[in-house]
Design a protein around this ligand. Structure first.
Ligand SMILES: [Zn+2]
Ligand SMILES: [Zn+2]
Length: 455
């Protein structure tokens, strides 16, 4: 694997063949052995100042924070330790009002910059408060568990509902292989499973591009696709924490994260599979269930969504496109959605209304046979790096079904039916719904996945 990927050594701006100019504000990305020792020099080179607020929790303090604190103190930095405690009402640390106020109070110590020691929530909290305080931030990754290190969004819980806020990406990302390879296996598998979802996320993007002319960048796809191909070859080795495979996994997560930085939103990394995962997370937090890990939910959702794509592609020759010019969600649906989400509905109402008002396929392009061939080829290309997501997940030891995470069949069915209303973004779920096929497709996908995973 090429260790000198273009974004590793500097902030960069480049004209892309998609017609846009892309920008990556992260100035240094370090991945490899001995990265921890390089942190003081890099922080000094980047002019991050002397007073560093270190954000960690009990686990990440042990898995890297303690060593980092000692090293920074010895090299002349003033460290401000910032322990974030898990809320009693949650199973995992969540980025809610209480966590934000714990982190926010530490700003009274007047740090020059913030350094997160963690993976999901600690990175998001640091990104969120740094952005609001106008401070630079960087992150020492403690697990290859997700692709949000470099992304421009910070998901936060507000009133029990998760909303992604705009935030400034990190100035520097430090990924020390020794730390990453010793992360809990479930977190490693979660990062792997999150990446499995990039196939359907990009298939959804292609769908929007071809049906609604949404801008699409082929370059971000190449970035993700190349990483997925290497990852697919390394699935078993990731499970065994083989250092080279953990390196490949980390590069793939970085590539996916930077694909979001490049487009400025989550389009290259998030489609129907993320909507389903998101739905199950908000419902779990609301009902006091264990939501499991982000990536694991995304992986199991990808197995279902890729089957929905199989269903759609098998029907393509006889697909009733004319229904998409006429039919669409109705006001009745709005009432049904409000009833389903209950007290959570006010948080999604804006997205739901936007989705319902979405224009249907605007012209007669779907009557053209060449167009349909192009559509099929483009979608298959996006799904092709991981032709069987269930098998890929199994090889890495990650769950392939939601049942393994404790979700009931009814909850999964609801997730497939209602998750598309939590966000206005059009996906395969909307296409099937507008064609009047969603319920049949859901039953097909659930049955296929059940038989596949029991035989
Ligand atoms: Zn994700
Ligand atoms: Zn581009």
């Amino acid at each position: 694997m090429d260790k000198a990927l273009f974004y590793f050594d500097k902030e960069t701006t480049f004209p892309c063949r998609c017609g846009l100019t892309h920008h990556i504000p992260t100035r240094r990305t370090l991945l490899g052995d001995g990265v921890m020792e390089e942190i003081p020099t890099v922080l000094r080179d980047l002019g991050m100042g002397k007073r560093i607020l270190l954000l960690w929790d009990e686990n990440t303090y042990q898995s890297g924070g303690k060593t980092l604190e000692g090293m920074l103190s010895r090299t002349g930095f003033h460290t401000i330790p910032g322990m974030i405690h898990r809320q009693k009402r949650f199973r995992h640390l969540e980025p809610d009002e209480e966590a934000r106020s714990q982190a926010g109070r530490l700003l009274q110590e007047k740090p020059d910059c913030i350094l997160a020691v963690g993976s999901g929530v600690l990175n998001d909290l640091a990104k969120f408060i740094a952005h609001r305080a106008g401070l630079p931030y960087s992150v020492l990754a403690t697990a290859p568990s997700m692709d949000g290190y470099s992304s421009p969004g910070a998901p936060m819980l507000v009133g029990g509902y998760k909303i992604t806020f705009d935030a400034t990406p990190p100035i520097a990302i430090f990924m020390d292989l020794e730390i990453l390879a010793h992360a809990p296996l479930r977190l490693i598998q979660s990062g792997f499973a999150d990446l499995v979802g990039k196939t359907t996320a990009n298939a959804d993007w292609t769908l929007r591009h071809l049906l609604f002319d949404e801008h699409e960048c082929a370059y971000t796809w190449e970035l993700v696709r190349d990483a997925l191909i290497i990852l697919e070859k390394n699935a078993e080795r990731v499970r065994k924490r083989d250092e080279e495979a953990i390196f490949a996994l980390s590069v793939a997560l970085l590539n996916s994260g930077f694909s979001m930085t490049i487009t400025g939103d989550s389009r290259p990394a998030s489609g129907a599979e993320h909507l389903i995962a998101h739905y199950l997370e908000i419902m779990s937090l609301h009902r006091d269930w264990d939501p499991s890990l982000h990536g694991l939910r995304v992986g199991a959702a990808t197995a279902l969504v890729s089957t929905l794509y199989d269903y759609f592609l098998s029907l393509l020759p006889s697909f009733k496109w004319e229904r998409l010019h006429n039919l669409g969600p109705t006001e009745n649906t709005l009432e049904e959605v409000a009833l389903h989400f209950g007290p959570l509905y006010p948080y999604i109402e804006k997205a739901t209304r936007k989705k319902i008002a979405q224009p249907h396929i605007p012209d007669k392009r779907t009557e053209n046979e060449t167009f349909l061939t192009t559509l099929e080829t483009a979608i298959r290309a996006k799904l092709s790096p991981l032709p069987d997501p269930s098998l890929t997940l199994t090889r890495c030891g990650a769950p392939t079904t939601f049942g393994e995470m404790g979700f009931s069949l009814q909850t999964v069915r609801d997730a497939l039916r209602y998750s598309r209303y939590v966000r206005a973004r059009f996906t395969i779920l909307d296409l099937l719904d507008q064609a009047g096929l969603l319920n049949d497709a859901i039953e097909y996908a659930m049955e296929r996945n059940r038989t596949k995973n029991t035989v």
